[in-house]
Design a binder for this molecule. Sequence first.
Ligand code: GLA
Length: 384
Amino acid sequence: MHDIAIFRSLHRARFEAEPTLYVAPGRVNLIGEHTDYAEGFVMPAAIDFATLAGISPRADGKIALFSENYGEVRYFDAAELPAKAGKHWTDYPLGVISILAGEGHRVPGFSLSLWGDVPLGSGLSSSAAVEVATALAVTGLIGVNYPGPVLARLCQRAENEFVGANCGIMDQFISANGAKDHALLLDCRDLSFKLAPIPHNVALVIANTMVKHAITGGEYTSRRAEVEAACAVIASHRPGVKFLRDATVEDLEKWGPEMTPNSLKRARHVITENTRTVAAAEALINHNLAELGRLMAEAHWSYSQDFEASCEEADAMVALAQNLPGLIGARLTGGGFGGCTINLVEQDQAAAFVEGLGGLYAGQTGIVPQIHICHASGGAHRIE
Ligand code: GLA
Protein backbone atom coordinates (compact mmCIF):
# COMPACT_ATOMS: atom_id res chain seq x y z
CA MET A 1 0.00 0.00 0.00
CA HIS A 2 1.18 3.52 -0.74
CA ASP A 3 2.09 6.05 1.89
CA ILE A 4 0.49 9.21 0.56
CA ALA A 5 2.30 11.50 3.00
CA ILE A 6 5.68 10.16 1.90
CA PHE A 7 4.76 10.47 -1.77
CA ARG A 8 3.70 14.07 -1.23
CA SER A 9 6.89 14.97 0.61
CA LEU A 10 9.10 13.30 -2.03
CA HIS A 11 7.47 15.39 -4.75
CA ARG A 12 7.80 18.53 -2.65
CA ALA A 13 11.49 17.87 -1.97
CA ARG A 14 12.30 17.00 -5.58
CA PHE A 15 10.41 19.80 -7.33
CA GLU A 16 10.15 22.40 -4.56
CA ALA A 17 6.41 22.68 -5.10
CA GLU A 18 3.26 21.42 -3.42
CA PRO A 19 1.63 18.68 -5.55
CA THR A 20 -2.04 17.99 -6.10
CA LEU A 21 -2.50 14.24 -5.73
CA TYR A 22 -4.57 11.73 -7.67
CA VAL A 23 -4.93 7.97 -7.59
CA ALA A 24 -5.97 5.52 -10.31
CA PRO A 25 -6.47 1.80 -9.61
CA GLY A 26 -5.41 -1.30 -11.48
CA ARG A 27 -8.09 -3.89 -12.17
CA VAL A 28 -8.90 -7.53 -12.10
CA ASN A 29 -11.26 -8.94 -14.68
CA LEU A 30 -13.75 -11.44 -13.26
CA ILE A 31 -14.89 -12.60 -16.70
CA GLY A 32 -15.07 -11.41 -20.33
CA GLU A 33 -11.64 -11.75 -21.92
CA HIS A 34 -10.71 -10.41 -25.39
CA THR A 35 -14.32 -9.38 -25.84
CA ASP A 36 -13.88 -5.61 -25.38
CA TYR A 37 -12.47 -4.90 -28.85
CA ALA A 38 -15.23 -7.08 -30.33
CA GLU A 39 -17.73 -4.62 -28.79
CA GLY A 40 -18.80 -7.27 -26.30
CA PHE A 41 -19.13 -7.52 -22.52
CA VAL A 42 -16.56 -7.52 -19.72
CA MET A 43 -16.93 -7.62 -15.93
CA PRO A 44 -13.86 -6.21 -14.17
CA ALA A 45 -13.42 -4.65 -10.74
CA ALA A 46 -10.96 -1.94 -9.73
CA ILE A 47 -8.54 -3.16 -7.07
CA ASP A 48 -6.50 -1.71 -4.25
CA PHE A 49 -3.26 -1.78 -6.25
CA ALA A 50 -2.95 1.65 -7.85
CA THR A 51 -0.83 4.44 -9.31
CA LEU A 52 -0.44 7.74 -7.47
CA ALA A 53 0.18 10.91 -9.43
CA GLY A 54 1.38 14.20 -7.95
CA ILE A 55 1.38 17.29 -10.14
CA SER A 56 2.56 20.88 -9.70
CA PRO A 57 2.92 23.70 -12.25
CA ARG A 58 6.32 24.87 -13.54
CA ALA A 59 7.28 28.28 -14.88
CA ASP A 60 10.02 27.11 -17.28
CA GLY A 61 7.77 25.50 -19.91
CA LYS A 62 9.20 22.05 -19.20
CA ILE A 63 7.36 18.85 -18.43
CA ALA A 64 9.24 16.85 -15.80
CA LEU A 65 8.17 13.22 -15.49
CA PHE A 66 9.45 11.39 -12.45
CA SER A 67 8.86 7.73 -11.64
CA GLU A 68 9.37 6.63 -8.05
CA ASN A 69 9.42 3.05 -9.32
CA TYR A 70 12.25 3.61 -11.79
CA GLY A 71 13.93 6.34 -9.73
CA GLU A 72 14.27 8.37 -12.91
CA VAL A 73 13.29 11.84 -14.09
CA ARG A 74 12.98 12.95 -17.73
CA TYR A 75 12.41 16.46 -19.03
CA PHE A 76 10.46 17.44 -22.14
CA ASP A 77 9.60 20.74 -23.73
CA ALA A 78 5.86 21.35 -23.30
CA ALA A 79 5.78 23.16 -26.62
CA GLU A 80 7.61 20.38 -28.45
CA LEU A 81 6.39 17.03 -27.26
CA PRO A 82 7.85 13.85 -28.78
CA ALA A 83 5.75 12.71 -31.73
CA LYS A 84 6.26 9.02 -31.08
CA ALA A 85 6.90 6.49 -28.38
CA GLY A 86 10.42 5.65 -27.27
CA LYS A 87 9.84 2.21 -25.70
CA HIS A 88 10.29 3.73 -22.27
CA TRP A 89 8.06 4.11 -19.18
CA THR A 90 7.49 7.76 -20.11
CA ASP A 91 5.53 6.61 -23.20
CA TYR A 92 2.38 6.16 -21.08
CA PRO A 93 2.24 9.64 -19.53
CA LEU A 94 3.54 11.21 -22.76
CA GLY A 95 0.86 9.41 -24.77
CA VAL A 96 -1.85 10.87 -22.55
CA ILE A 97 -0.35 14.36 -22.72
CA SER A 98 -0.07 14.21 -26.48
CA ILE A 99 -3.68 12.99 -26.87
CA LEU A 100 -4.85 15.87 -24.66
CA ALA A 101 -2.80 18.31 -26.75
CA GLY A 102 -4.37 16.80 -29.87
CA GLU A 103 -7.79 17.54 -28.35
CA GLY A 104 -6.86 21.21 -28.52
CA HIS A 105 -5.76 21.74 -24.91
CA ARG A 106 -2.77 24.00 -24.40
CA VAL A 107 -0.50 21.92 -22.19
CA PRO A 108 1.63 24.07 -19.85
CA GLY A 109 4.84 23.10 -18.06
CA PHE A 110 4.46 20.90 -14.99
CA SER A 111 6.20 18.37 -12.76
CA LEU A 112 4.52 15.00 -12.49
CA SER A 113 5.54 12.27 -10.03
CA LEU A 114 4.22 8.74 -10.46
CA TRP A 115 4.35 5.86 -8.04
CA GLY A 116 2.58 2.57 -8.66
CA ASP A 117 2.22 -0.72 -6.83
CA VAL A 118 0.29 -2.56 -9.55
CA PRO A 119 2.65 -5.46 -10.37
CA LEU A 120 4.02 -4.89 -13.89
CA GLY A 121 3.25 -7.34 -16.68
CA SER A 122 0.92 -9.35 -14.49
CA GLY A 123 -2.39 -8.71 -16.24
CA LEU A 124 -3.61 -6.18 -13.65
CA SER A 125 -3.45 -3.11 -15.91
CA SER A 126 -0.50 -1.22 -14.53
CA SER A 127 -0.33 0.81 -17.74
CA ALA A 128 -4.00 1.85 -17.61
CA ALA A 129 -3.49 2.99 -14.01
CA VAL A 130 -0.57 5.19 -15.11
CA GLU A 131 -2.56 6.60 -18.03
CA VAL A 132 -5.68 7.37 -16.02
CA ALA A 133 -3.69 8.87 -13.12
CA THR A 134 -1.80 11.09 -15.58
CA ALA A 135 -4.97 12.11 -17.40
CA LEU A 136 -6.69 13.13 -14.16
CA ALA A 137 -3.62 15.04 -12.98
CA VAL A 138 -3.11 16.94 -16.23
CA THR A 139 -6.80 17.71 -16.82
CA GLY A 140 -7.03 18.82 -13.18
CA LEU A 141 -4.08 21.15 -13.72
CA ILE A 142 -5.60 22.75 -16.82
CA GLY A 143 -9.06 22.94 -15.27
CA VAL A 144 -10.83 20.45 -17.54
CA ASN A 145 -13.28 17.95 -16.10
CA TYR A 146 -14.02 15.01 -18.40
CA PRO A 147 -16.66 12.44 -17.42
CA GLY A 148 -15.06 9.07 -16.52
CA PRO A 149 -16.04 7.26 -19.74
CA VAL A 150 -14.60 10.08 -21.90
CA LEU A 151 -11.38 10.13 -19.87
CA ALA A 152 -11.12 6.35 -20.33
CA ARG A 153 -11.49 6.67 -24.11
CA LEU A 154 -8.74 9.32 -24.26
CA CYS A 155 -6.43 7.03 -22.28
CA GLN A 156 -7.22 4.08 -24.54
CA ARG A 157 -6.33 6.29 -27.51
CA ALA A 158 -3.02 7.16 -25.83
CA GLU A 159 -2.24 3.47 -25.64
CA ASN A 160 -3.48 2.68 -29.18
CA GLU A 161 -2.17 5.71 -31.03
CA PHE A 162 0.97 6.67 -29.07
CA VAL A 163 2.25 3.63 -27.20
CA GLY A 164 1.24 1.37 -30.07
CA ALA A 165 -0.58 -1.32 -28.06
CA ASN A 166 -3.79 -2.47 -29.67
CA CYS A 167 -5.85 -2.79 -26.47
CA GLY A 168 -9.59 -2.39 -25.98
CA ILE A 169 -11.39 -0.08 -23.54
CA MET A 170 -11.80 -2.34 -20.51
CA ASP A 171 -8.74 -1.43 -18.44
CA GLN A 172 -8.93 2.33 -18.75
CA PHE A 173 -12.69 2.24 -18.26
CA ILE A 174 -12.66 0.36 -14.98
CA SER A 175 -9.72 2.36 -13.65
CA ALA A 176 -11.66 5.57 -14.29
CA ASN A 177 -15.13 4.31 -13.29
CA GLY A 178 -14.75 1.50 -10.76
CA ALA A 179 -16.92 1.41 -7.65
CA LYS A 180 -15.94 0.21 -4.19
CA ASP A 181 -17.16 -3.32 -3.37
CA HIS A 182 -18.59 -3.75 -6.88
CA ALA A 183 -17.74 -5.42 -10.14
CA LEU A 184 -18.87 -3.56 -13.26
CA LEU A 185 -20.58 -5.18 -16.23
CA LEU A 186 -19.55 -3.02 -19.18
CA ASP A 187 -21.14 -3.09 -22.61
CA CYS A 188 -18.13 -2.14 -24.72
CA ARG A 189 -20.42 -1.17 -27.61
CA ASP A 190 -21.95 1.91 -26.03
CA LEU A 191 -20.04 2.04 -22.71
CA SER A 192 -23.24 1.61 -20.71
CA PHE A 193 -22.64 -0.32 -17.51
CA LYS A 194 -24.27 -1.98 -14.53
CA LEU A 195 -22.70 -2.37 -11.08
CA ALA A 196 -22.83 -5.81 -9.47
CA PRO A 197 -22.16 -5.84 -5.69
CA ILE A 198 -19.50 -8.29 -4.52
CA PRO A 199 -20.91 -9.94 -1.37
CA HIS A 200 -18.97 -9.17 1.82
CA ASN A 201 -18.25 -12.84 2.39
CA VAL A 202 -16.44 -13.17 -0.97
CA ALA A 203 -12.71 -12.41 -1.22
CA LEU A 204 -10.88 -11.53 -4.43
CA VAL A 205 -7.73 -13.63 -4.28
CA ILE A 206 -5.28 -12.63 -7.00
CA ALA A 207 -2.51 -15.12 -7.56
CA ASN A 208 0.48 -14.22 -9.71
CA THR A 209 1.88 -17.11 -11.76
CA MET A 210 5.05 -14.97 -12.03
CA VAL A 211 5.00 -15.61 -15.78
CA LYS A 212 5.22 -12.18 -17.43
CA HIS A 213 2.87 -11.07 -20.13
CA ALA A 214 3.04 -7.99 -22.36
CA ILE A 215 0.19 -6.69 -24.47
CA THR A 216 2.60 -4.83 -26.69
CA GLY A 217 3.84 -8.33 -27.58
CA GLY A 218 2.78 -10.09 -30.75
CA GLU A 219 0.35 -12.64 -29.26
CA TYR A 220 -2.30 -10.12 -28.20
CA THR A 221 -2.21 -8.50 -31.63
CA SER A 222 -2.30 -11.79 -33.52
CA ARG A 223 -5.30 -13.01 -31.47
CA ARG A 224 -7.08 -9.77 -32.21
CA ALA A 225 -6.35 -10.18 -35.92
CA GLU A 226 -7.76 -13.74 -35.86
CA VAL A 227 -10.92 -12.49 -34.15
CA GLU A 228 -11.32 -9.77 -36.76
CA ALA A 229 -10.71 -12.21 -39.61
CA ALA A 230 -13.46 -14.48 -38.26
CA CYS A 231 -15.79 -11.51 -38.07
CA ALA A 232 -15.03 -10.56 -41.69
CA VAL A 233 -16.06 -14.06 -42.86
CA ILE A 234 -19.39 -13.83 -41.05
CA ALA A 235 -19.91 -10.25 -42.24
CA SER A 236 -19.45 -11.34 -45.87
CA HIS A 237 -22.68 -13.36 -45.43
CA ARG A 238 -24.43 -11.19 -42.88
CA PRO A 239 -23.42 -7.57 -43.48
CA GLY A 240 -25.16 -6.50 -40.25
CA VAL A 241 -22.36 -8.18 -38.31
CA LYS A 242 -19.83 -5.43 -37.62
CA PHE A 243 -18.11 -7.09 -34.63
CA LEU A 244 -18.23 -10.57 -33.11
CA ARG A 245 -20.62 -9.08 -30.56
CA ASP A 246 -23.24 -9.35 -33.31
CA ALA A 247 -22.45 -12.98 -34.19
CA THR A 248 -23.87 -16.24 -32.84
CA VAL A 249 -22.72 -19.84 -32.50
CA GLU A 250 -25.09 -20.64 -35.40
CA ASP A 251 -23.05 -18.28 -37.58
CA LEU A 252 -19.98 -20.29 -36.65
CA GLU A 253 -21.68 -23.55 -37.53
CA LYS A 254 -22.62 -22.17 -40.95
CA TRP A 255 -19.52 -20.24 -41.90
CA GLY A 256 -16.84 -21.59 -39.62
CA PRO A 257 -15.57 -23.90 -42.39
CA GLU A 258 -14.59 -20.78 -44.39
CA MET A 259 -12.35 -19.62 -41.54
CA THR A 260 -8.86 -20.77 -40.65
CA PRO A 261 -9.01 -23.31 -37.81
CA ASN A 262 -7.46 -20.76 -35.45
CA SER A 263 -9.89 -17.99 -36.36
CA LEU A 264 -12.79 -20.37 -35.80
CA LYS A 265 -11.56 -21.27 -32.33
CA ARG A 266 -10.86 -17.65 -31.36
CA ALA A 267 -14.32 -16.63 -32.52
CA ARG A 268 -15.94 -19.47 -30.58
CA HIS A 269 -14.24 -18.20 -27.44
CA VAL A 270 -15.37 -14.60 -27.98
CA ILE A 271 -18.95 -15.44 -28.87
CA THR A 272 -19.47 -17.86 -25.98
CA GLU A 273 -17.57 -15.56 -23.59
CA ASN A 274 -20.01 -12.73 -24.27
CA THR A 275 -22.91 -14.96 -23.28
CA ARG A 276 -21.06 -16.19 -20.18
CA THR A 277 -20.19 -12.68 -19.08
CA VAL A 278 -23.77 -11.43 -19.15
CA ALA A 279 -24.87 -14.60 -17.34
CA ALA A 280 -22.11 -14.18 -14.75
CA ALA A 281 -23.23 -10.63 -13.95
CA GLU A 282 -26.74 -11.91 -13.42
CA ALA A 283 -25.46 -14.72 -11.20
CA LEU A 284 -23.44 -12.26 -9.11
CA ILE A 285 -26.39 -9.89 -8.74
CA ASN A 286 -28.65 -12.81 -7.75
CA HIS A 287 -26.09 -14.21 -5.26
CA ASN A 288 -25.91 -17.40 -7.30
CA LEU A 289 -22.25 -18.02 -6.53
CA ALA A 290 -22.28 -21.63 -7.66
CA GLU A 291 -23.37 -20.54 -11.13
CA LEU A 292 -20.80 -17.75 -11.17
CA GLY A 293 -18.06 -20.23 -10.32
CA ARG A 294 -19.23 -22.62 -13.01
CA LEU A 295 -19.14 -19.85 -15.62
CA MET A 296 -15.64 -18.80 -14.53
CA ALA A 297 -14.40 -22.37 -14.90
CA GLU A 298 -15.95 -22.62 -18.37
CA ALA A 299 -14.43 -19.24 -19.27
CA HIS A 300 -10.98 -20.37 -18.22
CA TRP A 301 -11.03 -23.48 -20.35
CA SER A 302 -12.42 -21.60 -23.32
CA TYR A 303 -9.61 -19.03 -22.89
CA SER A 304 -7.07 -21.82 -22.60
CA GLN A 305 -8.28 -24.30 -25.24
CA ASP A 306 -10.05 -22.16 -27.85
CA PHE A 307 -8.31 -18.83 -27.44
CA GLU A 308 -5.00 -20.47 -26.51
CA ALA A 309 -4.07 -17.47 -24.39
CA SER A 310 -3.22 -19.34 -21.19
CA CYS A 311 0.06 -21.04 -20.32
CA GLU A 312 1.03 -24.22 -18.51
CA GLU A 313 1.55 -22.40 -15.21
CA ALA A 314 -1.81 -20.59 -15.28
CA ASP A 315 -3.64 -23.81 -16.19
CA ALA A 316 -1.89 -25.52 -13.29
CA MET A 317 -2.83 -22.74 -10.91
CA VAL A 318 -6.48 -22.83 -11.91
CA ALA A 319 -6.58 -26.62 -11.67
CA LEU A 320 -4.90 -26.63 -8.25
CA ALA A 321 -7.39 -24.09 -6.90
CA GLN A 322 -10.33 -26.41 -7.58
CA ASN A 323 -9.81 -28.64 -4.56
CA LEU A 324 -8.94 -25.93 -2.06
CA PRO A 325 -11.27 -24.82 0.72
CA GLY A 326 -13.69 -21.99 -0.06
CA LEU A 327 -13.18 -21.74 -3.84
CA ILE A 328 -16.15 -20.26 -5.72
CA GLY A 329 -14.47 -19.81 -9.11
CA ALA A 330 -11.01 -19.42 -10.64
CA ARG A 331 -9.65 -18.34 -14.00
CA LEU A 332 -6.74 -16.60 -15.69
CA THR A 333 -7.43 -12.85 -15.77
CA GLY A 334 -6.31 -10.16 -18.22
CA GLY A 335 -4.66 -10.18 -21.61
CA GLY A 336 -3.31 -13.73 -21.26
CA PHE A 337 -0.05 -15.66 -21.76
CA GLY A 338 0.83 -15.45 -18.07
CA GLY A 339 0.01 -12.99 -15.34
CA CYS A 340 -2.51 -13.62 -12.58
CA THR A 341 -5.43 -15.85 -11.81
CA ILE A 342 -8.51 -14.45 -10.10
CA ASN A 343 -10.00 -16.68 -7.45
CA LEU A 344 -13.31 -15.85 -5.82
CA VAL A 345 -13.06 -17.41 -2.39
CA GLU A 346 -15.30 -17.51 0.68
CA GLN A 347 -13.90 -14.81 2.94
CA ASP A 348 -13.48 -16.98 6.03
CA GLN A 349 -11.46 -19.52 4.01
CA ALA A 350 -9.31 -16.99 2.19
CA ALA A 351 -6.20 -17.27 4.38
CA ALA A 352 -6.22 -21.07 4.19
CA PHE A 353 -6.82 -20.86 0.46
CA VAL A 354 -3.84 -18.55 -0.06
CA GLU A 355 -1.57 -20.84 1.90
CA GLY A 356 -2.81 -23.97 0.17
CA LEU A 357 -2.52 -22.53 -3.33
CA GLY A 358 0.96 -21.11 -2.68
CA GLY A 359 2.25 -24.45 -1.48
CA LEU A 360 0.66 -26.55 -4.21
CA TYR A 361 1.74 -24.20 -7.00
CA ALA A 362 5.32 -23.98 -5.78
CA GLY A 363 5.42 -27.75 -5.39
CA GLN A 364 4.18 -28.38 -8.92
CA THR A 365 6.00 -25.65 -10.86
CA GLY A 366 9.00 -24.75 -8.70
CA ILE A 367 7.84 -21.10 -8.81
CA VAL A 368 6.91 -19.23 -5.64
CA PRO A 369 3.78 -17.23 -6.49
CA GLN A 370 2.71 -13.90 -5.01
CA ILE A 371 -0.85 -14.15 -3.78
CA HIS A 372 -2.89 -11.18 -2.58
CA ILE A 373 -6.29 -10.84 -0.98
CA CYS A 374 -7.66 -7.75 -2.74
CA HIS A 375 -10.77 -5.63 -2.46
CA ALA A 376 -12.88 -4.03 -5.13
CA SER A 377 -12.05 -0.36 -4.86
CA GLY A 378 -13.38 2.92 -6.19
CA GLY A 379 -12.31 4.44 -9.50
CA ALA A 380 -9.69 7.13 -10.06
CA HIS A 381 -10.06 10.37 -8.10
CA ARG A 382 -8.31 13.32 -6.57
CA ILE A 383 -6.90 12.76 -3.10
CA GLU A 384 -8.03 15.64 -0.88
C1 GLA B 1 -5.74 -6.39 -22.04
C2 GLA B 1 -6.32 -5.23 -22.84
C3 GLA B 1 -7.83 -5.14 -22.68
C4 GLA B 1 -8.49 -6.50 -22.95
C5 GLA B 1 -7.79 -7.61 -22.19
C6 GLA B 1 -8.29 -8.97 -22.56
O1 GLA B 1 -5.89 -6.14 -20.68
O2 GLA B 1 -5.75 -4.01 -22.43
O3 GLA B 1 -8.35 -4.15 -23.52
O4 GLA B 1 -8.55 -6.76 -24.33
O5 GLA B 1 -6.39 -7.59 -22.40
O6 GLA B 1 -9.58 -9.15 -22.10
